[in-house]
Design a protein around this ligand. Structure first.
Ligand SMILES: Nc1ncnc2c1ncn2[C@@H]1O[C@H](COP(=O)(O)OP(=O)(O)O)[C@@H](O)[C@H]1O
Ligand SMILES: [Mg+2]
Length: 327
């Protein structure tokens, strides 16, 4: 019997459209001999499946089931591709834990730790892994802009604590720009992070879990045509080069990136596939962030890494689902 898979997508954040694109790739390449796939869209007050003729059918939240004419569809597993809340921060994971449906992504604690950049940075630093120096403020706290510049220099990166796809992030080059950038970051979250600028090459490292095995995928270098890897550079064709395998990475840096990523995947109790991002300068390697629901549209970084490693999309998704359901 084929297993019913809900590809859960959408979500409540600025990454909604990106998530729909990720879901389409999974839907297209899921092994049709093993799985019956349904795209389920999660919006703040609407969880639904759309039939081929465009009819919206609501999910019964009691058991996450779907009534299709006379057939009740119960799901064997969830393929989670919601970037941002509630799919990447642990909220939805908590619901699926309660009703007992397995899912492809990291669990509640792991997601909530990694989605919170402030907490995640403290976690990573506790292992002695290098991080950009930073300051952090909650809404309402007094912010002394001169003090920030004195401590961290210029330029600065100002970002919401919990966000993604560079939504709400600014690169600030003068003290006068700080207030507006902080305001923008506070629109996305009630804590902001202010970081020193790390001037270097941006490298991503994908990790894929296959049962108890951790596969480290080939590294990718991200070269943005914009000032940094902002929303436009991420999602506009031609605005960034994502080169896999990353060329001319010093052997020692490559080893450190791969070792740290595998180590952190384990320590953070990540599941499925995860992307760790770093920046390396002439002298140092810096951990940037971890994405527990990385983009997996056709153009995204992680699927390209899997291809480079030698896995077709179908094989890749079979591994991911094989981790949580036995056929
Ligand atoms: N401290 C920093 N120094 C240099 N570039 C940075 C720094 N922080 C962020 N960036 C740039 O901004 C992008 C988005 O930041 P990131 O922390 O990864 O947020 P998001 O979760 O939105 O992707 C990075 O890919 C990088 O290009
Ligand atoms: Mg990022």
């Amino acid at each position: 019997m084929k297993k019913n898979i809900a590809i859960v997508c959408g979500g409540f954040s600025g990454e909604y459209d990106v998530s729909i694109e990720s879901a389409k790739l999974v839907h297209k390449h899921l092994d049709a001999e093993k799985y019956e796939a349904y795209l389920v869209v999660i919006e703040p007050n609407d969880w639904f499946y759309k039939t081929a003729d465009g009819k919206k059918i609501n999910i019964d939240m009691q058991d996450f089931s779907l009534q299709l004419n006379t057939k009740k569809v119960l799901f064997d597993a969830v393929f989670n591709v919601i970037h941002g809340t509630p799919g990447e921060d642990g909220k939805l994971q908590s619901y699926f834990d309660i009703i007992g449906i397995p899912y492809t992504s990291s669990g509640v604690d792991s997601s909530s730790l990694t989605f919170n950049k402030f907490n995640c940075n403290a976690f990573v630093s506790s292992y002695g892994i290098n991080r950009a120096r930073s300051m952090s403020y909650v809404k309402g706290e007094k912010i002394d802009n001169d003090e920030i510049v004195k401590t961290l220099g210029l330029p600065l990166f100002i970002k919401p604590n919990r966000s993604g796809s560079s939504v709400g992030i600014s690169k600030v080059k003068s003290v006068d720009e700080i207030a507006d950038a902080v305001k923008k970051a506070f629109e996305a979250d009630d804590r902001v992070l202010i970081e020193e600028f790390v001037d270097g090459r941006e490298i991503a490292c994908g990790i894929l879990q296959r049962g108890s095995e951790i596969i480290v995928l080939p590294l990718t270098e991200i070269v943005s045509k914009n000032e940094f890897f902002d929303y436009e550079a991420k999602y506009t064709k031609g605005m960034a080069d994502e080169i896999c395998p990353a060329p001319n990475v010093p052997e020692e840096i490559e080893q450190d990136i791969k070792t740290f990523s595998a180590f952190l995947f384990h320590q953070m109790d990540c599941k499925g596939f995860v992307r760790f991002d770093y920046i390396f300068t002439d002298s140092d390697l810096y951990f940037l962030e971890v994405n527990t629901i990385p983009g997996i549209s056709e153009a995204s970084i992680l699927p390209q890494m899997a291809l480079e490693f030698g896995l077709s999309f179908k094989e890749f998704f079979n591994i991911v689902l094989g981790n949580i359901i036995k056929n």
